[in-house]
Design a protein around this ligand. Sequence first.
Ligand SMILES: [Zn+2]
Length: 187
Amino acid sequence: MAYLSPPGWKLTDVSDQERMLTAALLPSRRLELARMFTILEWVEPAVQTILDGKLADLTGDDLDRIGFRVFVLLVKGKECMGTELQRTASVAPKIDDHNWSCKKPDVCTETFKRLWWEKVGRRLLHPVMPMKTFAIRWEVRTWKHADLNVACRDHMVQKMELGEIKFSENKIVAGVVQAISDYYLTL
Ligand SMILES: [Zn+2]
């Protein structure tokens, strides 16, 4: 198929530019540039994107750009996140303060635990489309169950919103970002 192109349009130039633009969006490229020019603001979004995905999806070119020491930090972060995710999935936060209207706190707690595993835990560990921890509170808010007091449920949602119940995945990302930034500053 023939393409119409303006006179003098050099296709090679266009594709080179496109390649550069696309590469600039790659998290591995961002890390490379962050290192070369000490642009530390680029570290966080790149690390977040890489840790959201699978490290096995990184190509040889990605690894060249990232470098061995930073790759090791990413591997450690990913491993911590996996452990933390399993803990979050399997251990429901405890309802420590049942509402006055809650007539059977023990049953309420048990129901919350069961729903947690069925509706949150299993989805957090889903191999293809895992639920993100920030979405947990939106999920919990929708729970309707005869044995779960609505006020107790909302109390737990509120604690998640206020950060009183934390899922430490963000802390792990922040730790990796800090370690990489510290390393770049030594170069
Ligand atoms: Zn309750």
